[in-house]
Design a protein. Sequence first.
Length: 175
Amino acid sequence: MSKPDLFPKKSTAGIAVDPRTLERVIPESRRPDGSLRKQIKIRPGFTPQEDVSRFRGTKQAQMDAHTLPKGHVIGWTPPPTTSASTSSAKSKSAKKNEKRKEKRKEKAEEAVTVKDNWEDEDEDEAGENTKKAADGGEVGSSDRAAAPAAEGSTAKETQSTGDELVETLEKLDVR
């Protein structure tokens, strides 16, 4: 037999099981004036009126057992906790559709990004022109103004400054 709790649960009438004697008692308590009330023993089998539950017929008891908790919405089920368990139970077509969605997302990421400002287009054109200059391609008269290289610089210097410019532009690119 297990040991009773040190702080036993009380019934509505205040009856608890004494942990030392295992008898039902009303524990001693303190009155408002400071004096102590004695502990009161309860006869075996006695149930005070406060502890008597309301009579419920069998059908009423069954209905009470099957009632939904307060605030419950009929038809609502909580979302699944793990997504890994649902992926293993997917059909072949669902798995194929999932792969297709992933491919679409990848293509969308690779696609041209939407520009926020008209000014961004000018900066991108300048960046493309510097890429052409860094690759050794032709640079037109409008491209020369955008290229950072000076007249006396060599091709290696132009390439290194162009690479630095491209890196800084890529860092600034918002996707």
